[in-house]
Design a protein around this ligand. Structure first.
Ligand code: PBG
Length: 336
């Protein structure tokens, strides 16, 4: 006879399923795979260039010859997309960012080379003027310094067309001008680029977490003390994100994005639940810098914190994540 344990018993014991690795794996609701990752890289002119970004340990600005092995590594690890961001020489920057739509410029050149060498690797380009303007804003300014909308959209359309001509797979307008998705989509269709996908930075906030990125593309010093609050979203707002996403989808976006990532998981979840479309999160430079700083101090376990942060995006509704950890995470997932 077994001895009976006296009541009361817990009515449910959720810990049963947590007890062993096999049952934890069996009931896991979400998983991260290399297919979920987009790897953002910074590119520079020249040859044999690897320029460190001090506020982003482990991230370097690479010339094309140095980027090719990185692209090869993406293919080997199964990371589907490489996202390109330019670091433009100061002498090429002007008030309207005219280098942004130079067909022989850095980004179109890199796109052509990548698509030629690695046709199976998806290439994404950012459509925005800030790496190209002498003032570091994403648009054209009027005499008071206000960022003009419709004038800027015309330039973004030119930039997107130049990228599409070069063979890019995905254009990602990150500027937050009104009506830019519709304008870019119309222009792509008119020029026969019916396959070019648009990933809209739909809910992009005026965030303090972009600081290290602005160091990397060299816009931080030009921007100085000014900010982007007259076009990027107010971190106080959630409903507005849904209106932005609705507008971008109506204008022809194939995929939408919420940015930054970790402080905006609530927005990500609402966007996914409301629209049920391919939805992406950008774990931005500041999030990467925070984690790297903690790793460097031994305050967080590197692999565990990296993988947890990325899995959390999946749980919150992301179909994919733009992350500077993409290669490290994919290497961990594949053992390669
Ligand atoms: C450019 C752009 C920014 C980022 C992506 N595209 C910076 C900004 O809007 O100031 C930020 C990415 C990051 O911080 O990792 N418009």
């Amino acid at each position: 006879m077994t001895t009976l344990i006296p009541a009361p018993f817990p009515l449910s014991r959720p810990r049963r399923l947590r007890r062993d690795d096999f049952s934890r794996r069996l009931v896991a609701e979400h998983a991260l795979t290399p297919n979920d990752l987009i790897y953002p890289v910074f590119v520079v002119e020249g040859k044999q260039q690897r320029v460190a970004v001090p506020s982003m340990p482990g991230v370097e600005r690479l010339s094309l010859d140095q980027l090719l092995p990185v692209a090869e590594r993406c293919v080997a690890l199964g990371v589907p997309v490489l996202a390109l961001f330019p670091s433009i020489e100061a002498r090429l920057k002007d008030n309207t960012g005219s280098e942004a739509h130079n067909p022989e410029g850095l980004i179109p050149t890199v796109v052509r080379a990548l698509k030629q060498r690695f046709p199976e690797l998806g290439v994404l380009t950012d459509v925005a003027l800030d790496p190209y303007t002498s003032h570091g804003q994403d648009g054209v300014l009027d005499s008071t310094g206000y960022i003009l909308n419709d004038e800027t959209v015309k330039l973004l359309v030119q930039q997107a067309l130049v990228h599409a001509e070069a063979g890019v797979d995905i254009v990602a307008p990150s500027d937050m001008m009104d009506g830019r998705i519709g304008a870019v989509r119309q222009a792509l269709e008119q020029h026969g680029h019916i396959h070019t996908r648009i990933m809209a930075y739909s809910a992009k906030y005026a965030s303090a977490f972009y600081g290290p990125f602005r160091d990397a593309v060299g816009s931080a010093a030009n921007l100085g003390k000014s900010n982007k609050k007259v076009y990027q979203m107010d971190p106080a707002n959630g409903d507005e994100a849904l209106r932005e996403v609705a507008a971008d989808l109506a204008e022809g976006a194939d995929m939408v994005m919420v940015k930054p990532g970790m402080p905006y998981l609530d927005v990500l979840r609402r966007v996914k639940d409301t629209f049920r479309v391919p939805t992406f999160a950008y774990q931005v430079s500041g999030e990467y810098a925070m984690l790297q700083a903690a790793f460097a101090n031994g305050w967080l376990d590197r692999d565990a914190a990296m993988m947890e942060a990325l899995l959390a995006f999946k749980r919150a509704g992301a179909d994919g994540i733009l992350t500077y950890f993409a290669l490290d995470a994919a290497a961990k997932l594949t053992g390669k």
